[in-house]
Ligand binder design. Structure first.
Ligand code: UDP
Length: 477
């Protein structure tokens, strides 16, 4: 519980309004939060849009079956008014970085319809807004309604980085050497990044005003909720509290709220393949023998890079599940897969085109390693699964998460990406060679001392994660 001046607000009996960013990596953990709040007696309004609501059908059906008071509130997303293609209601539908600013502006235009909706809720007026930090405009609504606004971030690393970079923007702008380490006063030194690895998406021309608004509203919010646990990110929680002077709650890892694979599978898009078949395939594999390769919902990979990655997996000789999100977009990749690759690896490789039931796969005992882009959800899902990782960051705060995994937790190996590849300064054709992939997979899945230590530490963090989530009810502290 916390007090906003008009008496304590707790989960029981309160009405929380959850406003996730329209991106899978932001919406998915918010569905977990909605579930947890509702399980603790709160009423939840989950703000979404028609296209996103259709992707949340599994979640909606789940909470209904469980009798949880979670209502999806669909607001019309003003695509046309902001020059966005029809139906472009999620960041993963944006084809060019030039549309990111329009997308953010369209989000901000939801302020009036959301306000109108909330004003109509006389029988159960909202008690608190929990908003993605990117939806800075929800600050106005909270003030007008006289209710608190908490922000929600995937991880401390991300929120710290965004806050520090925004507040010390000049530091970054004055650095001309892409490979120079950026030192920001107060920022944990273990997490210092080169400019080439700093989140390019924050530096898209036109984004400056949005960046400032986000930061301004961060400083005015009533507290910060982080999907992490203290033992994982103690250092960053402390520094975040110092900088923002806000209460920081670490309430995760929220993916652990799933007690069975049925609800786990409904967290995001519908899987593009038969889950039972996938489980059957995994059951037929030796424990810890399969490497899982997935780069989340947004990261884009060039066709050349996909081929190189495939050849590296083949050369490693280890069983694998490889999620190719953009495969269908590249006919040349499809041709290459069909021209011998799939036949050569058919006994030990499964390729999923589109959306995989990631958590279900990761938590299967056959999985022994995870090649990840280090999105925060994937990172924490991997930590909870107790599997060591091969880190292959692409953009945003992913390089920071890589540092956490490789240098601080020491539960992963880096594949060797040098800088941001998307929405950043350059788009390289092949960032990682097949040899680098082969070597990393071979090492991680092998029996060498280094691999055994990585495995041991990964298991240890999985135990800590479960303890953090199960020991006490963090949502009610
Ligand atoms: N995910 C999934 N299947 C896929 C791709 C992604 O279930 O094929 C889920 C994944 O488990 C995670 C989220 O989508 O919960 C992706 O979030 P993350 O922060 O890892 O990356 P982002 O997509 O934001 O880059």
């Amino acid at each position: 519980t916390f007090d906003h001046g008009n008496g304590p607000i707790g989960s029981a009996g309160a009405h929380f309004v959850l406003v996730p960013m329209m991106a899978q990596g932001h919406t998915i953990p918010m569905t977990d939060m909605a579930r947890l709040l509702a399980e603790h007696g709160a009423q939840v309004s989950f703000i979404t849009t028609p296209v996103n609501a259709s992707r949340l059908a599994g979640f909606a059906a789940d909470v209904e079956t469980a009798g949880l008071p979670v209502q999806l509130v669909e607001l019309r997303f003003p695509t046309g008014e902001f020059g966005l293609p029809d139906g472009c209601e999620n960041i993963d539908m944006i084809e060019s970085k030039g549309l990111v600013v329009s997308f953010m502006e369209a989000c901000a235009a939801l302020r009036e319809p959301l306000m109108a909706h909330l004003r109509q809720q006389q029988r159960s007026p909202p008690s608190c807004i929990i908003s993605d930090m990117m939806h800075w405009w929800t600050g106005d609504i909270a003030r007008e309604l006289g209710i608190p606004r908490l922000t929600f971030s995937g991880c401390c690393g991300f929120s710290s980085l965004v806050r520090y970079i925004i507040s010390h923007n000049k530091v970054l702008e004055n650095v001309t050497d892409e490979n120079e380490l950026i030192t920001i006063p107060g920022f944990p030194t273990q997490l210092e990044l080169t400019k080439a690895k700093c989140p390019g998406s924050l530096f898209i021309p036109g984004f400056e005003k949005i960046r400032e608004k986000m930061y301004e509203e961060e400083l005015r919010c009533d507290g910060v909720i982080i999907n992490s646990f203290e033992e994982l990110e103690t250092l960053y929680t402390e520094s975040l509290e110092q900088v923002t002077r806000k209460k920081v709650w670490t309430v995760g890892p929220m993916c652990l709220c799933h007690r069975d694979s049925n609800t786990m599978a409904t967290r995001g898009n519908k899987a593009s393949m038969d889950e039972a078949q996938c489980l059957q395939w995994l059951d037929s594999m030796k424990p810890g023998s399969v490497i899982f390769v997935s780069f989340g919902s947004l990261a884009s990979t060039t066709p050349q890079q996909l081929v190189e990655l495939g050849l590296g997996l083949e050369a490693s000789n280890k069983p694998f599940i490889w999620v190719i999100k953009a495969g269908g977009k590249f006919p040349e990749v499809e041709e290459w897969l069909a021209d011998g690759f799939e036949e050569r690896v058919k006994d030990r490789g499964m390729i999923i085109r589109g959306w995989a039931p990631q958590v279900m796969i990761l938590w299967h005992q056959a999985i022994g390693g995870f090649v990840t882009h280090c999105g925060w959800n994937s990172t924490i899902e991997g930590i909870c699964a107790g599997v060591p990782m091969i880190t292959w960051p692409h953009f945003a705060e992913q390089f920071l998460n890589e540092k956490l995994v490789v240098d601080v937790l020491k539960t992963g190996l880096e594949v060797g990406v040098k800088g941001v590849t998307q929405w950043g300064n350059e788009q390289q054709e092949v960032m990682v060679t097949r040899d680098a992939v082969e070597k990393a997979v071979y090492t991680l899945m092998g029996e060498g001392e280094a691999a055994q230590e990585l495995r041991m530490r990964a298991k240890d963090y999985a135990i800590k994660a479960r303890r953090a989530f199960g020991e006490e009810d963090k949502l009610c502290t």
